[in-house]
Design a protein around this ligand. Structure first.
Ligand code: C5P
Length: 242
């Protein structure tokens, strides 16, 4: 197998409120994307790394080009799209012709430990067509619907799934490349509502009836979404867990 890592870094970062692309936001002293590139590189599993960037962003492209990859590993960049899935699609189109498997990583998870990359890659190598890292959930999770009895509360509970069988899903998610390409092709005709409901890559593969295997994720692999996440990531970088 020849493995590629796709890093999706084309998000706007509006929720973080820094007024810049999220991938540029500093975590400690370096931009978020540089941390993600370093951790992806230090896993030493990829023959190619393809980064989807905000369209036309020359700073982030220069940052990707400046990273020392010692050896024959290639870092390529593509313009991302308006949704995460469109960014993945753009990167898939830019992979070397002989790539057979791919890991897709959120740039917004700058501190994913190499062990997580390894668990995903090893499970792919063992024959899985799709692998995701995940953690048990600690909160109780409810399924809700809009409340029709107006005036009491906006939502009401439909049901409470057994917490023991729920998982909170992270990246990198790993796939046999032909399997992922077929799943993305099948999603090409999605309407706006269906597009908005695509929140990870594995769900497209699940819809095609492919078995998706789950390996252990890591608390360090948190996704930086809001200011609290940034505080936690900086504490992890500085602290004894780093
Ligand atoms: O917005 P969210 O937190 O779900 O983003 C997850 C990842 O997807 C981030 O790394 C972000 O940069 C990426 N993304 C992208 N293109 C988009 C939207 C998000 O590459 N249009």
């Amino acid at each position: 197998t020849k493995l590629a890592v796709i890093i999706v870094a084309a998000g706007s970062g509006e929720r973080l409120g820094f007024g810049m692309a999220k991938a540029k936001v500093p975590v400690g002293s370096d931009p978020m994307l540089l941390h993600t590139l370093r951790t992806a590189l230090s896993a030493k599993i990829a023959a190619q790394i393809c980064v989807a960037l905000p369209a036309g962003d020359t700073d982030l492209r220069a940052l990707c080009e400046s990273v020392d990859t010692d050896g024959d590993l290639k870092i390529t960049t593509v313009d991302g799209g308006t949704t995460r899935a469109e960014s993945v699609r753009a990167a898939l189109a830019a992979l070397d012709a002989d790539v057979t498997a791919v890991l897709i990583q959120d740039a917004a998870r700058p501190l994913t430990p190499v062990e997580v990359y390894h668990r995903v890659a090893q499970t792919l190598a063992a024959g899985a067509l799709a692998v995701i890292p995940a953690l048990p959930v600690t909160d109780t999770v409810k399924l809700v619907e809009g409340s029709t009895s107006a005036g009491i509360a906006p939502e009401k509970v439909l049901l409470t799934p057994d917490r023991a069988v729920l998982r909170s899903v992270q990246t990198p998610q790993g796939f046999d490349l032909p399997t992922l390409r077929r799943a993305y092709d099948a999603a090409a005709g999605f309407n706006a509502e269906q597009r908005a409901a695509v929140t990870d890559d594995a769900m497209l593969v699940e819809a095609a009836g492919v078995d998706v295997y789950v390996v252990m994720g890591s608390a360090s692999s948190l996704k930086i979404t809001g200011p609290w996440d940034l505080l936690l990531a900086e504490a992890l970088l500085a602290g004894p867990l780093a």
